[in-house]
Design a protein around this ligand. Structure first.
Ligand SMILES: Nc1ncnc2c1ncn2[C@@H]1O[C@H](COP(=O)(O)OP(=O)(O)OP(=O)(O)O)[C@@H](O)[C@H]1O
Ligand SMILES: [Mg+2]
Length: 320
């Protein structure tokens, strides 16, 4: 299990991480979501030992890695957002080099590197110079490199950025495969629908603090109050506004002209009940249209701290 506790990091006077706390269970595929500058890369670099935290703890299997030295660092693998590859090497030579840095040589290294190339679908590029690989292929080679020492936890910083849909699909399949092998994978991305589809749990970071840490289902639950409705009327809206304000499923109804916009947090039956009530009061309702927020908006709302109506029902760790 990975536990990050009260992590703080300043760059000069700028506070990049402000007491970040999060938990990722063994074998989870964890999506790390946040706007540009939220602190994702900073967090990952600290976790893999490339950056020093000012305070806080990164605990893997009960041991604080920040004072655990190389032994603990061997438990983690890292694919950075920008990576350099040694371009004069073939894919196989590249992996062999990194296996060597972990003390793996000879036939053991050969079978390991061939196995990794197969895992990331690059067997046919074994003898190809790294500089002639496509971006997606380089990305996958980097993933193979991060696996040479068989780490328990993999950190992937925006691995899908710059990849075409086919390459993203292939990467996703590889990550699901790795997850099936029991690896814990922490993946940051801006492509939220893709993370939701792939990940079991999510962490949403904003300004160096976690805003949400829980299952994808709980994140979706939090979004329930985010459905907005536009009701239209053939005539004035005063009486309708009063009735809508009485409904427990309606939030912030606002009338503009012959329309009322409102937040709605009920079921389809609840919506039908509201419509029936309006009609029974002789209100000339001409439309009641639900507009589901798209997934991007849901997360922007959570990042901004507007968790919405059902936050208290979600069994998740939402921090204000
Ligand atoms: N070396 C540095 N010196 C000064 N400030 C830095 C440095 N690295 C990061 N920062 C600042 O710390 C904050 C967090 O940066 P970080 O790279 O962790 O964000 P991020 O969530 O990875 O963003 P992105 O999605 O753009 O990759 C940003 O405001 C950034 O400007
Ligand atoms: Mg980053």
């Amino acid at each position: 299990m990975l536990e990050i506790k009260d992590l703080k990091k300043n760059y000069g006077y700028f506070r990049a991480l402000n007491g970040l706390t999060l938990t990722v269970g063994d074998g989870e595929l964890f999506g790390f979501v946040g706007a540009n500058g939220a602190g994702k890369t900073t967090t990952m670099k600290i976790c893999v030992g490339l950056l020093k935290a000012d305070s806080g703890q990164v605990i893997i299997d009960g041991v604080n890695t920040l004072d655990g030295g190389r032994k603990m660092r061997n438990k983690v693998g890292y694919v950075p957002d920008f990576f350099g590859v040694y371009e004069n090497l073939t894919a196989m030579e590249y992996l062999t080099f990194f296996a060597g840095t972990y003390g793996i040589w000879g036939t053991k290294s050969n079978s390991l590197c061939e196995g990794l190339l197969e895992l990331v679908n690059l067997s046919d590029k074994k003898d190809t110079q790294v500089d002639s690989l496509s971006r997606g292929m380089k990305q996958r080679l980097c993933l193979a490199r991060a696996l040479v020492h068989n780490p328990e936890i993999l950190f992937l910083d925006e691995p899908a950025s710059g990849l075409d849909p086919k390459a993203r699909f292939e990467l996703k399949e590889i990550l699901k495969n790795l997850s099936g092998m029991g690896k814990t994978i922490i993946i940051s991305s801006h492509i939220l629908p893709e993370l939701i589809e792939m990940c079991s749990t999510l962490g949403i970071i904003s300004h160096g603090e976690m805003k949400f840490n829980g299952s994808v289902e709980d994140a979706m639950l939090l979004s329930k109050g985010k459905v907005s409705v536009e009701a239209t009327f053939a005539g004035e809206t005063e009486k309708a506004l009063l009735l809508l304000k009485e409904s427990p499923f309606v939030t912030s109804p606002e009338a503009v002209g012959n329309k009322i916009t409102l937040g709605f947090n009920g079921t389809d039956d609840d919506a039908a009940g509201i419509i029936k009530n309006l009609v029974m009061h002789d209100i000339p309702l001409t439309g009641f249209t639900k507009k589901n927020e798209n997934v991007e908006n849901i997360f922007i709302n959570i990042m901004e701290g507007n968790e919405g109506g059902t936050a208290e029902n979600a069994d998740a760790n939402v921090q204000p």
